[in-house]
Ligand binder design. Structure first.
Ligand code: IMP
Ligand code: MG
Length: 188
């Protein structure tokens, strides 16, 4: 049977670097939100399904402040490696305490910037006390809208990556590292 690893060109971010990155972001989050939490606001980690689940699972273990978690699902690339350019909400967030809640959106990767830019505006309009963003990976060369996340893990070149939650056509999410996918996989 074909092995997942045969489709990986090279490892871009290994497990050790992922672990160090997650710990660094967790302490940034602890530091940033400590006063807000002390003043009685809730901190909500809002994972964007499905790519952020591995990152968020590791990240929340290293945050020492009390946090709640929730998820939203938005339209993704599907079977293509190119962005559709539009954002559709597939699973929404429903809470009646948004004015008392600081939302930190957790993403796997920023590419065009459309998903996080749209979600920041959407959640702000819904009435959250604050909306900030956190991404494990960032591909600044691909930006189509002017957007930067508040917490950024690792800046990467313009290559299609998989693993640690990120997929291509629903595959490769279980790899423990971030790998560059062989271009012939998504060009074939
Ligand atoms: P944006 O709205 O263009 O910033 O798209 C962000 C979303 O595109 C991410 O949540 C991923 O689902 C997907 N994406 C972008 N680049 C990659 C990649 O290299 N590998 C896997 N998914 C990607
Ligand atoms: Mg995604």
């Amino acid at each position: 049977m074909a092995k997942v690893i045969d489709d990986i060109e090279r490892v871009l971010v290994d497990e050790k670097e992922l672990d160090a990155t997650v710990r660094r972001i967790a302490s940034e989050i602890d530091e940033y939100y400590k006063d807000s939490v002390a003043s009685g606001k809730k901190l909500l980690l809002l994972g964007i399904l499905k790519g952020s689940v591995v990152f968020m699972g590791d990240l929340m273990k290293h945050i020492t402040l009390p946090v709640e978690i929730d998820f939203m699902k938005v339209s993704s690339y599907g079977r293509s490696a190119k962005s559709s350019g539009t954002v559709n909400i597939i699973l929404d967030l429903f809470r009646d305490d948004l004015p008392q809640t600081d939302i930190l959106v957790i993403e796997d990767i920023i590419d065009s910037g459309r998903t996080l830019s749209y979600l920041t505006e959407y959640l702000t309009l819904k009435g959250a006390h604050s909306v900030r963003t956190c991404t494990l990976l960032d591909k600044p060369q691909r930006r189509e809208v002017d957007f930067n996340a508040d917490h950024v893990g690792i800046i990467i070149p313009d290559e299609f990556v998989v693993g640690y939650g990120l997929d291509y056509a629903e595959r490769y999410r279980t790899l423990p590292y971030i790998g560059v996918l062989k271009p012939e996989i998504y060009k074939s």
